[in-house]
Design a protein around this ligand. Structure first.
Ligand SMILES: *Cc1c(COP(=O)(O)O)cnc(C)c1O
Length: 395
C-alpha cells in the first residue's frame, strides 16, 4: 500500500488546479504587461485571480501581491516592517521560537544588522501565551510576527487576540498563515493582521507561487527590483498559469473546508488513538488546538530518520521534524521549544493528512508503525538501557 502522509511538506496538485494551469499556459501566454489583446487578456485573468484570492481572505484586491511562495512573502513582510521601523527609530521585533525558518532566518539576519529580536517561548502545548507577548511589547517594537498554524506540530496560535493587542499598541502584525490557508478559516479582518503570507503548494496548488496580503497603508518595499509589475512591489513577469492554478486550488479548498475538516479530523483522531498505544510515546502539541490533519509524535529510544526510511520501505511517506531540518542532525527547534529533550526530539514522526487519505490507509499505518518502532527499539542500545533500568524513561 502507498500512503502519502506528508501534506505539511507539500500537497499533490488538485486535478482542477492542474487543468487550470495547463489551460492558462496554453491560452493566456501573453505578457500581462503587453498592450495588445493577448497581453491584456492575460492581465484580465491575473486581476481576476487577485480579486478572488482577496475575497477568499476578506481583503481588497489591491492588498494582494503575488510572490514565488511562502518564504518570499514572509521575507518581504518582515523586511518591510523592519525597514519602516528603523526609519521611525523602532528596532525591536517580537516573534516566537516555533516559527518556520523563512521567518527565523530573516530575523537572524536583522539581528546581525542591529535589531533586537525577541522570540517568545511556547508552553508544552506548543502555543504562545498572550501575557508573554503583552510583557514584551513596548514603544520600541515595530513588528510582531506570529504564525497562524505550526508546520511541525500543527498547533494553532491565538492570532485574533494577538492582532487585537497589536492594533491597540499600534504595532504592525505579520502572520505566516502558510499552513492555515485552505485548512482552516482565515479572514484578515478577523485576525486584524497587517501582513499575511500564504503558499499555493500547501493547499493543492502548484509549487513556486504564493501571495502576501498587505493591509492598505502598511509599509511595503520590494525585495526584487526590475519592472513595474505588482504595482512596483515585486518585479518579474507574473507566473500567470501558477497564479490561476493557485486561485482555483484555494477556492476549492475554501469551498469544501467544512467537509474536509470534518473528515480529516476523524482520520487524525483515529490515527492518534491508534499510535498512542505504543509504549513510551507522546503526542506533540495540544490535542484540540491543532490543524485537522496533523499527527506528531515522539517515540523514546529510536531515531526518527531510521523510522522514516523503514516506513518508506512499507510505502508510507512521512516526515520527522520539518523538511528543512531533516537531513541535518540538529533536532527540531519546535520540539525543543515544547520541552522535548534532544534524545526524545530525535525520535519524532510527523504524519500530515489530507482529504486524499482513506480510512484503509489509516488502518495500515496503525498496523505498520508500531511494528517498525518495535523493530528499531529491539536494535537500539538506548532502548536496552531503558529496559534494563540503566536509564530513566522520559516519556
Ligand atoms: C512551507 C512553509 C513556508 C514556506 O513556503 P514555500 O512556499 O515553500 O516557500 C513558510 N511557512 C510555513 C509555516 C510553511 O509551512
Amino acid at each position: 500500500m502507498k500512503v502519502y502522509a506528508d501534506n505539511a511538506a507539500t500537497t499533490r496538485m488538485r486535478d482542477s488546479a492542474l487543468s487550470a494551469y495547463v489551460e492558462t499556459a496554453q491560452n493566456f501566454y501573453g505578457n500581462p504587461s503587453s498592450l495588445y489583446t493577448l497581453g491584456q487578456d492575460a492581465k484580465t485573468v491575473l486581476e481576476d485571480c487577485r480579486g478572488q484570492i482577496a475575497s477568499l481572505l476578506g481583503a481588497q484586491a489591491e492588498e494582494i501581491i503575488f510572490t514565488s511562495g511562502g518564504s518570499e512573502a514572509d521575507n518581504q513582510a518582515i523586511l518591510s516592517a523592519a525597514k519602516f521601523g528603523k526609519l521611525k527609530g523602532k528596532m525591536k521585533i517580537i516573534s516566537t521560537a516555533i516559527e518556520h525558518h523563512a521567518v527565523l532566518h530573516t530575523l537572524n539576519k536583522l539581528k546581525k544588522e542591529g535589531y533586537e529580536v525577541v522570540l517568545l517561548p511556547v508552553g508544552t502545548d506548543g502555543i504562545v501565551r498572550l501575557s508573554d507577548l503583552e510583557a514584551a511589547l513596548d514603544d520600541n517594537t515595530c513588528l510582531v510576527s506570529v504564525m497562524f498554524a505550526n508546520n511541525e506540530i500543527g498547533t494553532l496560535q491565538p492570532v485574533r487576540e494577538i492582532g487585537k493587542l497589536c492594533r491597540e499598541r499600534k504595532v504592525l502584525f505579520h502572520t505566516d498563515a502558510v499552513q492555515a490557508v485552505g485548512h482552516i478559516e482565515v479572514n484578515v479582518n478577523d485576525i486584524g493582521c497587517d501582513y499575511l503570507a500564504l503558499s499555493a503548494h500547501k493547499f493543492g496548488g502548484p509549487k513556486g507561487v504564493g501571495a502576501l496580503y498587505v493591509r492598505q497603508g502598511a509599509p511595503l518595499y520590494p525585495l526584487i527590483e526590475g519592472g513595474a509589475q505588482e504595482r512596483g512591489k515585486r518585479a518579474g513577469t507574473e507566473a500567470l498559469p501558477a497564479v490561476k492554478a493557485m486561485t482555483v486550488a484555494m477556492k476549492e479548498a475554501v469551498d469544501t473546508l467544512p467537509e474536509t475538516q470534518k473528515y480529516v479530523t476523524y482520520l487524525r483522531n483515529k490515527l492518534i488513538t491508534g499510535l498512542e498505544n505504543i509504549p513510551h510515546c507522546a503526542l506533540n502539541g495540544d490535542r484540540e488546538k491543532r490543524l485537522a490533519g496533523n499527527v506528531s509524535f515522539c517515540f523514546e529510544g529510536i531515531e526518527g530518520e531510521s523510522l522514516l526510511l523503514l516506513l518508506d520501505d512499507r510505502g508510507i511517506s512521512a516526515s520527522s521534524g520539518s523538511a528543512c531540518t531533516s537531513g541535518s542532525l540538529d533536532p527540531s527547534h519546535v520540539l525543543l521549544a515544547i520541552g522535548r529533550v534532544h534524545d526524545v526530539a530525535h525520535g519524532s514522526l510527523r504524519l500530515t493528512l489530507s482529504a486524499d487519505n482513506t480510512e484503509e490507509e489509516i488502518d495500515y499505518m496503525i498496523r505498520e508503525i508500531p511494528e517498525v518502532v518495535q523493530y528499531l527499539r529491539n536494535m537500539s542500545p538506548v532502548w536496552r538501557d531503558l529496559q534494563e533500568g540503566k536509564r530513566q524513561y522520559i516519556l
